[in-house]
Design a protein around this ligand. Structure first.
Ligand SMILES: [Zn+2]
Ligand SMILES: [Zn+2]
Length: 437
C-alpha cells in the first residue's frame, strides 16, 4: 500500500516561533493526506514527557493520540529528532551538520537520552549539539545510536542548505568529510526544500542512496505540515516496515518544493542583513560577481544550492560534471505547491493563513478529501468541479498550477522564492538588486 510519511519536524523547544501540538498536527495530517509524521525533538526532556500523556503505541513503533480511533493509516507518529554534529572539516574550521535521527520506539529514545547525557550533551534546546573532534568521532557517535537498536536511522538533513552536509557553511565535498567511516552506512539523505532528485542526480556519491523528503516544519499550519513528504510502498504500517521501505528504496515518489522556492537556492544577501540598508541581491551561477563578493556590503555572498550542486558535481566526477536536466534522477518526484499558497496567489493576498484562504481550502478538501488527492485531478476536472464553488481567480490558479504553468522568483540567503502564476522564470541569467519589502 502507498504510505505518505513526513519524518522531520520540530516542537516549540527548537527555537523559532512555531506553534505545534500533536493533536493539532493530527488534524492537519488528515487534511493533507499524511499517514505518519516525525514527532520532532524527541530527546528534549519536557517534550518527551508529553508523549506519555498524549501518545500510545499502536502498530509496532507507530504511535497514535491516546484513544484516537482508526487504523495504521490514521495520524501515526514516529519517534524523531534532529541533532547537530559539530566537527573539524578538511576546508578548515568546524562545521555544524544537521542530521535527522529516527528511533524504533520510546525505549530507544530513552536509551539515546541516556547515551547523550553520558556524552555530556545538553538536551534542553530541542536540537542538541553533539560536539565531536573530527569525522572519526562523528562516525563513532552515529554507530553509538545504531547500537541502541539496528533499526535506528541516521539521515543527513536538508543536505544542500548551509547547515546541511553539502551546504555552503564550511563546505565539504563528500559525506565522509563529515560522517567518516559511517558514510558507508548512510542509506538515505533528506533533499530539503532547496533541492530535489533532479538536482541531486548530479552528485555521483548519492547514486545508491535513497532520497527522502520531509516538511521540517515548526508549525501545525496547513502551509507547513506535509509541505514536502515521501510516498513509500509498504506491506503493513509499522516503524520497521517504514525503515525497510526507505533502505530498500521502495519509494513511489517524493513530493518536492520547486527548488527555486527554497530559501537558499541562488547565491545572494538578504535585504534584512545588518549593514545592508534594506537592499537584497541575488545571482545565478553564470552571473556571480567576482570573488562572490556582495556588491552592497563587500562581504562574501551566501552561496546558494545551485552553485553548490554544480561545484560538487565537478569535484565528485573528477572534473566532468553531469549536466542539469540531462541526468535522469533514479527516483520519481512531483513538484508541489502548498494549496494555501496557490489560493493566496490566486486571490492576490499576502497571507496564507487568512480567513478567506482557509475557507476556500476547507471547501476544496470538503470535495476531494485531502490536499494530496486534489492534485490527482486533471486541470479540466478541477475547472469543472470547482467553478461552481470557488471564485474564478482561485479556480484559474489551481488549474495553472496543475498544468505546470508557474515558476518561482528564486529564493536566496534565507528568503523564500515567490510563486509566479503563468510565468516561467529561468534559474540562470539572474542578477538582481532590490529594496526588500
Ligand atoms: Zn535542520
Ligand atoms: Zn551583502
Amino acid at each position: 500500500m502507498r504510505y505518505n510519511v513526513d519524518l522531520h519536524s520540530h516542537s516549540g523547544y527548537a527555537g523559532g516561533v512555531g506553534k505545534i501540538s500533536l493533536p493539532g498536527v493530527a488534524a492537519t495530517m488528515a487534511k493533507k493526506g499524511i499517514d505518519a509524521f516525525g514527532v520532532g525533538d524527541c530527546l528534549q526532556p519536557a517534550w518527551r514527557e508529553k508523549f506519555a500523556d498524549l501518545l500510545e503505541e499502536r502498530e509496532a513503533g507507530l504511535y497514535a493520540l491516546r484513544g484516537a480511533a482508526g487504523d495504521g493509516r490514521k495520524a501515526r507518529f514516529v519517534m524523531q529528532t534532529e541533532v547537530i554534529f559539530t566537527s573539524a572539516v578538511p576546508s578548515g574550521g568546524r562545521k555544524a551538520t544537521h542530521t535527522v535521527l529516527l528511533f524504533p520506539n520510546l525505549r530507544a529514545v530513552d536509551a539515546a537520552i541516556a547515551l547523550l547525557l553520558r556524552w555530556k550533551v545538553k538536551l534542553d534546546m530541542g536540537r542538541p549539539f553533539i560536539k565531536c573532534a573530527d569525522a572519526g568521532e562523528v562516525a563513532e557517535k552515529c554507530s553509538g545510536f545504531m547500537k541502541i537498536d539496528p533499526r535506528t536511522m541516521v539521515i543527513p538533513a536538508h543536505v544542500m542548505t548551509p547547515r546541511g552536509v553539502f551546504g555552503s557553511d564550511h563546505p565539504v565535498d563528500r559525506l565522509s568529510d563529515v560522517y567518516g567511516g559511517f558514510a558507508r552506512e548512510i542509506a538515505a539523505v533528506e533533499t530539503g526544500l532547496s533541492a530535489d532528485p533532479a538536482l541531486l542526480a548530479l552528485l555521483p556519491e548519492l547514486d545508491g542512496t535513497a532520497l527522502i523528503s520531509n516538511s521540517d516544519c515548526h508549525s501545525e499550519a496547513l502551509a507547513r505540515v506535509g509541505r514536502e513528504f515521501t510516498a513509500l510502498e509498504i506491506t503493513r504500517p509499522t516503524y520497521e516496515e517504514i525503515v525497510l521501505a526507505i533502505r530498500e528504496r521502495r519509494i513511489l515518489l517524493t513530493a518536492e518544493f520547486d527548488p527555486a522556492e527554497g530559501r537558499y537556492f541562488l547565491s545572494g544577501h538578504r535585504a534584512g542583513l545588518s549593514g545592508h540598508g534594506g537592499i537584497g541581491c541575488w545571482f545565478s551561477p553564470d552571473r556571480l560577481p567576482p570573488g562572490c563578493l556582495c556588491p552592497v556590503c563587500g562581504k562574501k555572498l551566501t552561496i546558494g544550492v545551485l552553485d553548490r550542486v554544480l561545484h560538487l558535481s565537478r569535484v565528485q566526477t573528477g572534473g566532468r560534471p553531469r549536466i542539469l536536466g540531462e541526468t535522469r534522477p533514479n527516483q520519481k518526484a512531483v513538484t508541489l505547491v502548498p494549496l494555501v499558497e496557490v489560493l493566496a496567489a490566486g486571490l492576490g493576498v499576502a497571507s496564507t493563513a487568512g480567513r478567506r484562504v482557509n475557507d476556500l481550502f476547507e471547501t476544496i478538501i470538503g470535495e476531494t478529501g485531502t490536499e494530496a488527492e486534489l492534485w490527482d485531478l486533471s486541470p479540466g476536472e478541477i475547472e469543472a468541479r470547482f467553478s461552481p464553488l470557488l471564485p474564478e481567480r482561485a479556480v484559474a490558479a489551481l488549474a495553472e498550477v496543475r498544468r505546470g504553468n508557474f515558476s518561482f522568483q528564486p529564493g536566496y540567503d534565507g528568503e523564500y522564492g515567490g510563486l509566479r502564476l503563468g510565468e516561467k522564470i529561468a534559474w540562470f541569467g539572474q542578477a538582481g538588486i532590490a529594496n526588500g519589502d
